[in-house]
Design a protein around this ligand. Structure first.
Ligand code: HSE
Length: 436
């Protein structure tokens, strides 16, 4: 074999980055791998837009099927995004005997099982380091470096767009729309930014991580998901007064026969290292029985950081091809027969601390009614701040609770919201801290 032929399907932000990196670092990659990676094709339906790359004649093509049908292609990088076309092309590429690399977390989280089975049946590598955390080497870390550990918990900032927006609002006071526009301009956001800001992109990534960490079947449906669109500058400011930062967190805890898996905005203490992860950076803490806590940090989104992870996978597969080693490491870290169905605990059954913000009529007895409702449900208040009276006669009341059962907190809030003295729906943000 003289060289390894690579085809890229999809030349958007990530595809362009991968093409650039394969071309610019071709000599370096060759010296590391010991064989040349030849970028034979880059396919995209739009071949008119300038990508800032000068391709050799015949490389930039409009039809991804050319890559799949070419018997000389060894590795296909699926960088189209979305689920339908990307899923069909991925399965076809595997059927045709190509190893596949992808950055497509939505596809893996929703159809990973079928794709993994196809790859295993064909004895092909399917690699997806770029699907979680951009260039942070999180997949390999969990699957390989921490293989000796029982993983107890993971907490991470896994969406660069949301982290960029929250950082911008809290540091510069800009609007949500301005911050989102900038994140889109910088190439961080998904084609449909709803997936980012409503938490679904983080949930796709968490579904992948829990499958790897616990050896469980992909289960996206049961992950509780909330995004950042309800977070106001006022809550970010009040969080600061209590010594907290607000981050969109992906959280999982291992309870043995069941696991917690949830994505939602959370207040974390300023001394928690995750609270210092700003802009589009991502980070993940992984708690294992032998390793204790490991923290990964890196650029979570954007053209070249994501390309870095894709090219790392391509290099891995090229080395496997050269050494005749196929699927040495099972896709989810355990042989398929050992992958289990592990239920995810409904969010109503979790216990955590809570930040509650109410607009309350400034009348005698209102605060005691509220604390009575909380007390009746076993919810203990850690601190209360009452802010200045507004012109409409209401006062913002901000409470922090000790650990409480979510089901009871939800019921208490429904009861509080039904009081005449509470004109607006209360705001609830969970607090993640180790010691309460
Ligand atoms: N839209 C994603 C993010 C891209 O903002 O993190 C990286 O997966």
């Amino acid at each position: 074999m003289k060289e390894i032929n690579v085809g890229i399907m999809g030349c958007g932000v990530v595809g362009t980055g991968v093409a650039k990196l394969l071309m610019e670092n071709a000599d370096l990659l060759e010296s590391r791998i010991g064989l040349r990676l030849n970028l034979k094709y880059v396919a995209d339906i739009d071949t008119a837009t300038d990508r800032g790359i000068i391709f050799d004649k015949g490389v930039f093509i409009p039809d991804a099927n050319t890559i799949i049908d070419d018997p000389d292609i060894h590795i296909v990088a699926e960088l189209i995004g979305g689920k339908t076309a990307a899923g069909e092309l991925t399965l076809r590429a595997l059927d045709k005997g190509k190893h596949v690399v992808t950055a497509n977390k939505a596809l893996i989280a929703s159809s990973g099982g079928a794709i993994f089975r196809k790859a295993a049946e064909k004895g092909l590598d399917f690699a997806f380091e770029a699907s979680v955390g951009g260039c942070m080497p999180v997949i390999k870390t969990i699957r390989e470096s921490l293989a000796g550990n029982r993983i107890y918990a993971m907490k991470g900032i896994l969406n660069g767009t949301c982290n960029y927006i929250l950082t911008k609002i809290s540091k510069e006071g800009c609007t949500f729309e301005t911050a989102l526009g900038e994140a889109q301009h910088k190439g961080y956001a998904e084609a449909d930014p709803f997936l980012d800001v409503e938490g679904h992109d983080s949930a796709h990534k968490l579904a992948i991580l829990i499958s790897l960490a616990y050896g469980m079947e992909m289960n996206l449906e049961d992950i509780h998901v909330e995004g950042i669109t309800g977070i106001t500058p006022m809550d970010i400011r009040y969080a600061g007064e209590f010594g907290f930062k607000i981050k969109l967190l992906a959280i999982t805890k291992n309870h043995g026969d069941r696991v917690e898996a949830r994505v939602h905005p959370a207040m974390i203490p300023e001394q928690n290292p995750l609270s210092h992860v700003n802009g589009s950076m991502n980070a993940l803490t992984i708690n294992g029985d032998a390793a204790g806590t490991t923290m990964l940090y890196g650029a979570g989104a954007g053209m070249m950081p994501t390309a870095s992870a894709v090219v790392g996978d391509i290099a891995d597969i090229a080395r496997n091809i050269m050494t005749g080693s196929r699927m040495r490491v099972p896709i989810l870290g355990s042989p398929e027969k050992n992958i289990k169905k592990i239920p995810i605990i409904p969010v109503t059954e979790i216990s955590t601390g809570y930040y509650i913000r109410l607009e309350a009529a400034d009348h005698p007895g209102v605060l005691s009614r509220i604390s009575g409702i909380l007390g009746d449900r076993g919810i203990s208040i850690k601190s209360v701040h009452q802010k200045g009276r507004r012109s409409n006669g209401t006062v913002p009341v901000v409470m922090i609770t000790h650990m409480a059962l979510e089901k009871e907190v939800q019921r208490a809030l429904d009861e509080i919201a039904s009081l005449d003295a509470i004109p607006e729906k209360p705001v609830l943000i969970r607090i993640e801290e180790e010691e309460q």
